[in-house]
Design a protein around this ligand. Structure first.
Ligand code: ZN
Length: 377
C-alpha cells in the first residue's frame, strides 16, 4: 500500500481529439475479469475552488505501489470544456515521483489509503466558465496476454458535469508588518500605483488608462464617496484593481467606526472586503494601527509622492514619479478630492516610461504577497 499522504507527480498526457470521454475502445471493453485486475473507482466527485478544481476519488481497494509502477496499469482523469470540438485532456497517474512538479499544467496529487485527491488549475486542463465534463478511466493491460484486449473501467457511467463559474474576489488576507511603506527592493522591479480620496469624476478616466496599459492599481477610497458608486466599484474590481479603505470622511486619525463603515460600504457594493487601510495625511498612531488590524487591515503609506493634489502641473507630476520610483515603491496619486486633470494627463507617460524601464505594476496585495479570497470556495 502507498504510504499515507504521499505526494506524487502528476503527468499530463498529450491531448487527444476523441469526441467522447473516454475512451473505452468499442468491443474491447471489459470490466475486469479472471486475468486482469484494473483499479476500480467506488465513487468520485469534482468541485471548483476559485481557479482550481479538486477531483476526489475513492477506490474500492487501497492502491499498491505496484499500481503506480506497473506498466500498462493506470488511472486517468479525462476533462473536456463546454464545446463539443474542445479537445479531451487526459491527466494520468503514470509513475511514482518524489514530489510535486511545479510547472504549469501540473497539479497536486495526494493519496491516502483508498482516497485520491487531485488539485488542478482548471485552465490548465481546458476549463473555462461554463459546463465542464469529466470522467475517470482505469486500464490494466495484463488482460492482453490472455484475452487479446486490455481491461478497462470507467467512472461515472455517464460523463460527469460541473458548471464552472468565474471566480470572484471577496477579500484578501493580510499578514506580516502592520504598517507598510514599500516592498523590499530585493523582491524585484515590482511597484504599486495607488489612488486616494475617490471614487470621483476622474476615476473612470483613470480606469480606462490603466486598462489601455494593462496595469492594475489600488484605490484607497472614502466611504462618503463610495456611496452611490456601486457600479463603478464593481467595474474597478472586475478589471482586476484592488479596493481599499481610506476612512469615511478623511479626518486626521479617524475612529474605528470610520474604518468599519467604509469597509462595510465597499463590501455591500461589491462583495469584496478590504484588507488595506491608508491613513488620511499618512498620520498613524498606535491606536489607529490596532484599529486597522482588528478589522483585518494593514496600514499602507507610500514612498513616492508627486504631490499631485496640489496641481503642480502635468510635467512636474510625471518627473517627480519617474525620479523617485525604485523597486518595491508604493506611489501615491489621487483620483478624488479635487480637480484631477493633471493626474490623469500624467498617467500615460508614467505608465509607458516605467514599463519601458522594466517595472511591473501590481496591486498592493500582490506586492505584499497577500492571498486573495475567492468565491466560490
Ligand atoms: Zn487622502
Amino acid at each position: 500500500m502507498v504510504a499515507a499522504s504521499s505526494v506524487l507527480a502528476v503527468v499530463m498526457a498529450p491531448s487527444v481529439t476523441a469526441a467522447q470521454l473516454p475512451i473505452v475502445p468499442p468491443g474491447s471493453a471489459r470490466n475486469g475479469g479472471a486475468h486482469g485486475d484494473p483499479i476500480r473507482v467506488e465513487r468520485a466527485s469534482l468541485r471548483q475552488h476559485g481557479f482550481a478544481v479538486t477531483l476526489q476519488i475513492r477506490l474500492t481497494a487501497p492502491l499498491r505501489r505496484s499500481d503506480l509502477t506497473a506498466r500498462g496499469r493506470q488511472l486517468c482523469a479525462y476533462f473536456r470544456g463546454s464545446t463539443s470540438s474542445q479537445k479531451v485532456v487526459p491527466v494520468c497517474l503514470l509513475r511514482r515521483g518524489t514530489g510535486v512538479r511545479r510547472r504549469d499544467g501540473h497539479g497536486r496529487l495526494t493519496i491516502k489509503h483508498r482516497d485520491i485527491s487531485l488539485l488542478l488549475a482548471y485552465r490548465s486542463i481546458g476549463g473555462h466558465p461554463g459546463i465542464f465534463r469529466w470522467r475517470l478511466g482505469t486500464e490494466d493491460r495484463a488482460c492482453e496476454r490472455t484475452q487479446g484486449v486490455a481491461c478497462f473501467t470507467n467512472y461515472p457511467r455517464r460523463t460527469g458535469r460541473l458548471r464552472l463559474v468565474q471566480p470572484r474576489a471577496v477579500g484578501c488576507q493580510r499578514h506580516g508588518s502592520l504598517v507598510v511603506t514599500a516592498a523590499p527592493a530585493a523582491a524585484g522591479k515590482r511597484i504599486a500605483l495607488t489612488f486616494d480620496d475617490g471614487p470621483g469624476p476622474a476615476t473612470p478616466r483613470v480606469l480606462r488608462i490603466l486598462q489601455r496599459f494593462h496595469v492594475h492599481a489600488t484605490f484607497f477610497q472614502l466611504g462618503q464617496e463610495v456611496r452611490g458608486h456601486a457600479s463603478l466599484e464593481r467595474r474597478l474590481l472586475a478589471a482586476g484593481d484592488q479596493l481599499a479603505n481610506h476612512s469615511y470622511s478623511h479626518p486626521m486619525l479617524p475612529s474605528r467606526s470610520q474604518l468599519r463603515a467604509t469597509s462595510t460600504l465597499i463590501e455591500h457594493d461589491t462583495g469584496y472586503r478590504p484588507c488595506l487601510f491608508r491613513p488620511p495625511y499618512g498620520a498613524l498612531d498606535r491606536r489607529l494601527e490596532d484599529d486597522a488590524r482588528s478589522l483585518g487591515m494593514t496600514s499602507v503609506v507610500w514612498n513616492v509622492d508627486p504631490r499631485d493634489w496640489s496641481t503642480p502641473g502635468t510635467r512636474a507630476i510625471e518627473s517627480r514619479v519617474l525620479h523617485a520610483t525604485r523597486a518595491g515603491s508604493i506611489i501615491l496619486m489621487h483620483d478624488g478630492g479635487g480637480p484631477r486633470g493633471q493626474t490623469v494627463a500624467a498617467l500615460p507617460t508614467i505608465l509607458r516610461t516605467l514599463k519601458r524601464r522594466g517595472y511591473q505594476f501590481q496591486t498592493v496585495s500582490q506586492l505584499l504577497h497577500y492571498r486573495t479570497n475567492l468565491a466560490p470556495r
